[in-house]
Design a protein around this ligand. Structure first.
Ligand SMILES: Cc1ncc(COP(=O)(O)O)c(C=O)c1O
Length: 382
């Protein structure tokens, strides 16, 4: 099998991740619940995971790392905990449904929403953000990179504009954390939402939020935290403020192992490796008649490890099936949970065939995919 669907989830995990999950399942008690050795081990391991993530993104304080089940959970918590009826929020056509659907839900209850279109380079132009701000604007939710094209948004320029107006910048880093270096301080990000099971190489069921200490998010859930038992309310200090109920300490142990692996290996190295492979792949694919590319390819500009194509007007789902049948190549067709981006790209009906890499992807695998696509193109055209 040639696995090229890492934007959906990374299937190949380092052995240290697997070992950490097994160890946690065998030894971890319930973090923050009691002082037994096993409960303390879980607490320590979770705090170390916060430290590793905080180091990876250059956050202000490990206690500002909140654990969730996935990016969808993070985004719902943040969006519903920050915005209410009467607020105006800006977002973009590049967003995943995990941003759009919570915002639509709030819109049905009186939130005002502006959705910005992409420019000719397939990303959000900061000037359009400036032009959209109104007196009730509270913030902007924006993806770091498109999950369809891999193109990266100019986050720093956008957060600078937002902060000139005292607005919050919330970034969905689901496709970039672990494969593109992220420094929340340098990028001036107020809230970063991420998932654990893609480029962070952690288990599914893990994700998180980084919240700048000055940002107050109203808890979406309330319940047990192991502290302040007799209070009627969720504690206000982070991370307990947004973490009700038993944490997934087994998954978090695996996630921490993935993050530590990346810190040692170097996210820069992952980015350079994937970008180099993508450039080779892009060049080789150009020889296929009627191939269509989506995204703005510039060999010197950062992009995450995604390349999406179509073969003429053939349905992306057919091409995806052919790749599996002919060479066991796993990609993803269809809508990728990003409906507005497909509308912007004109691929609502056809979808696109998305290839997504990891640092485990080999050049030979991509060459097999190129040859296979050539054959598919030829056979379908006959
Ligand atoms: C840009 C983006 N945001 C959010 C998500 C949702 O991630 P999860 O499935 O971990 O909730 C994804 C997953 O595909 C994504 O690509």
């Amino acid at each position: 099998m040639i696995y090229l669907d890492n934007a959906a989830t990374s299937l190949n995990k380092p052995q240290v991740v697997i070992d950490a999950v097994i160890d946690a399942i065998q030894h971890s008690g319930n973090a923050g619940r009691g002082s037994s050795d096993s409960a303390m081990q879980a607490s320590r391991s979770i705090f170390q995971a916060r430290q590793s993530l905080n180091q990876l993104i250059n956050g202000k304080d490990p206690r500002q790392i909140i654990f969730t089940h996935n990016a969808t959970d993070s985004l719902n918590t943040v969006i519903k905990g920050l915005f209410k009826k009467g607020d105006h929020v800006i977002t973009t056509v590049m967003e995943h449904n995990s941003v759009l659907r919570p915002l639509y839900e709030l819109e049905e209850n009186g939130l005002e929403l502006t959705i910005l279109d992409i420019n000719s380079k397939g990303i959000i132009d900061p000037a359009t953000v400036n032009n959209t701000i109104q007196s009730n604007t509270k913030g902007m939710v924006i993806t770091h990179a498109s999950n369809i094209t891999g193109d990266i948004n100019p986050i720093k320029e956008i957060t600078q504009i937002l902060h000139q107006h005292n607005l919050l910048g919330i970034v969905d880093a689901s496709q970039t954390i672990g494969c593109i270096p992220i420094d929340v301080e340098a990028l001036d990000i107020d809230v970063l939402c991420f998932t654990g099971h893609k480029s962070l190489l952690g288990p599914q069921g893990t994700g998180g939020i980084y919240v700048h200490p000055d940002v107050e998010i109203h808890p979406l859930k309330s319940g047990g935290t192991g502290i302040d038992t007799f209070s009627h309310h969720q504690p206000l200090d982070y991370p307990s403020r947004l973490e009700a109920g038993t944490l997934n300490s087994h998954g978090i142990a695996g996630l921490a192992a993935g993050v530590n692996y990346l810190i040692d290996y170097g996210v820069n190295k992952v980015r350079d490796y994937e970008r180099n492979l993508l450039n080779i792949f892009y060049k080789e694919l150009q020889s296929i008649p009627q191939i269509k590319f989506y995204g703005h390819f510039n060999p010197t500009v950062d992009r995450c490890g995604i390349l999406s194509i179509n073969l003429g007007d053939f349905d992306s789902a057919i091409v995806v099936e052919e790749l599996i049948d002919r060479a066991e190549i796993i990609t993803r067709g269809g809508g990728h949970c990003a409906p507005l981006m497909h509308e912007a790209l004109g691929t609502k009906e056809q979808g696109v065939v998305r290839f997504s890499l990891s640092h485990y992807t080999k050049k030979e695998d991509l060459m097999v995919a190129v040859e296979c696509l050539k054959d598919i193109q030829k056979d379908l055209s006959e």
